[in-house]
Design a protein around this ligand. Sequence first.
Ligand code: HGY
Ligand code: MN
Ligand code: MN
Length: 420
Amino acid sequence: MSGARTFAIDATRLDGWLRELARFSDAPAPAVERVLYTPTDLAGRAFVRGLAESLGLAVRVDAVGNTFFRLEGREPALAAVATGSHLDAIPNAGRFDGTVGVLGGLAALEAIRGAGITPRRAIEVIAFTSEEPTRFGLGCVGSRLMSGAIAPEAVRALRDAAGRPFEEVRADAGFVGALEEVRLPEGHYHAFVELHVEQGPVLEREGVAIGVVTAIAAPASYVLEIEGEGGHAGAVLMPDRKDALCAAAEIILAVEDAARTSGSDDTVATVGVCRVFPGAINGIAARVHLELDLRDTSLAAREEAFAVMAAAIERIAAARRVRVSRRTINEDPPAQADAAIVAAVEASAAAHGLTSRRMPSRAYHDALFMARIAPMGMVFVPSARGVSHRPDEYTAPEDVARGAAVLAGTLLKLAEDGDG
Ligand code: HGY
Ligand code: MN
Ligand code: MN
């Protein structure tokens, strides 16, 4: 059976699932917010689990809540093919980021079953835990543990903004078992393919239906603590100040400048969190907490940009007589998609009569870590106006359905692969 097998996915029905899931949110519609291990997260997970069970899929949940929906194959002993994405959503997000990969995966399995096909290898849809960094400051905790990209000890050391330990929050959410059990051995999966909205403008701008991801950019993130001297906004004259917020402002602009002038179009840097202490209108800022997100498709270019930022931070700290301490949250290498999977996605797109183009993913995904234990690929569908991580994030139902159909053809091709 070649990747030429085509499928028709009911676009309205799949969009209905996405709309239903978007109702599980801690933000007023159209915004979606579903933060790890909150009651809303658990309710969203329960909705998706109910859907998967109604499709006749077997369900397994691991110690951190990674959830595996399995369509059994003709040869259960063979390594399965996997797909999937995430259900959690950052504050003020939309209803497509991550969810298209989980619900689109379920729709793909339903289409395969509906065609009366039992694939040679089992196919699993994974809903990964904590793809977003919102709760504990680190993204992809579920797939990092699965792939061995993080030690369980480092996860046990995570604290949320209220200072609550990961283990306590996990237990309260009802997930049990040792973190060590989450790890999957190399070869556990024959292949991993993630369906995701592009979260950028390229496919829409070029009028292309399917993005075939060739690589996932290398993400890094850091915390900067800036310590100056507080004081009375009226009594301390300008030359005598060590204003942590003015130093932060200069650092943020230096970060932006280093990204803009890095020489690589793919260098992106963002300071998305800035917390000021004491945060009083008539109090000079004593301390500022910044969080920096830095990426590039090239590790060398990212590291070079970071070195420029670090030097600028040092210079600014000395000139303003403030202390800046830095903590690295993560520094991950990029991941390359597997050539055979790239070809399988392209073949499936062509078989469905769809245009496709190769492209990098500038956002990170669980696929970035699954690439460490299995050959990886990704399927992109267009994002309207390139928007994501915003309530007006949108992908037309027909585009989502086309992505799910191409995913189904790709998964089936891989599931018929021979060998181990
Ligand atoms: O930030 C990212 O790239 C992903 O959306 N978590
Ligand atoms: Mn996201
Ligand atoms: Mn995502």
